[in-house]
Ligand binder design. Sequence first.
Ligand SMILES: [Fe+2]
Length: 293
Amino acid sequence: MQNKHFEFDARGVFRVVQFTDLHLITTENPQGFRQTLDLLRRVTKATKPDLIAITGDLTWGETMNDRDAMDALSQTMAELGVPWAPVLGNHDGDKYGRDVFASFLLDRPYCLFELGDESAEGYGNYIVTVGDEWAFYFMDSHTGDFYPGQLDWYRRTSAALPKDHSELAFFHVPIPEYREVWDYEPCKGFNMEGVCCTTYNDGLFSAFARAGRMRGVFVGHDHINDFEGTLDGIRLVYGRVSGYQGYAMEGFPFGARIIDVRQGEKDFLTQIYTEHGEMYAQRRQNTPMLRRR
Ligand SMILES: [Fe+2]
C-alpha cells in the first residue's frame, strides 16, 4: 500500500491539484479521450502538485470498458509520477457495481486509493496527512448519500488526530449546504446549472462543523459550476470540470483547481487553472438571493 503521509516542501507549501469528472470512455470520441489525458499532463507539468485529487466520475459507468479507461488513466499517472487520490462518482460502477469498479483502482502505481474501513460504508473512505497539521479526507458520496458509518468514521478519525490540526474533504456529489451557501452568502465563481444534491440532509456538514477542524470541502458532479462560498467557517468549493467526454458548456473552459496549504496556516489558497494555461483566483461574486432571518 502507498504511503499516505507527506511533508511540506522546503517553502512550507503542499500543493494539491483537483481534477474532476473525467468521464473517460475508450470506445467513442477518441479525440475527447486524448484531450482529457493531455489536460492532466499539461496541468500537472505546469503546476507541479504534490498530490492529485480526482473527485469522481472517472468514467461513464454504463460502458463496458471501465477497466480499459482506468488502465489508460493509471498509465498517464504513472508517467507523471505524482501520487493520486481518486474517489468514486455516481457514474463509477453503474455497469458492474461499485465494488468491481473500486477494484480497478487498487494497487495502481502512485495511487493512494483504498477500500477503507468496512464500517465506514462505501468504497474508498481514506485519509492522507501532511506534516503534523493537515488531514485530507477522501470519501465515497455514493449517489449523493452519506451513511451513518461514514459520519462515525469521520468523527473517530478526526478525534484521533492532533488537536489543532486542519482538514480538507474531497468527494463527488455536493452536500445540500452548497445550495445554502449560494442562496445566502456571497460566492466567487459560477453556478450555471444549480446544485444537484439530495433533497434530504445526512448531516455530514454538521459533523464537520461540530468537529471545528474542517477548512474546505471540494466536490465535482455539476460540470458547469465552479463556485466557492463559506458557511459557518467552512469553505464549500467546486472543482473545475476536466473531462472532455462529459457534458460541458461552450465558453466555459475545461481545467482543474489548484489548492495550496501552507505550514503554520489554517486556511488555504485556491485558484483555477484552465486548458488555455491561465491560472487565476476567482473574483466574480453573486448577489445572494435570500437573506437569513
Ligand atoms: Fe459527472
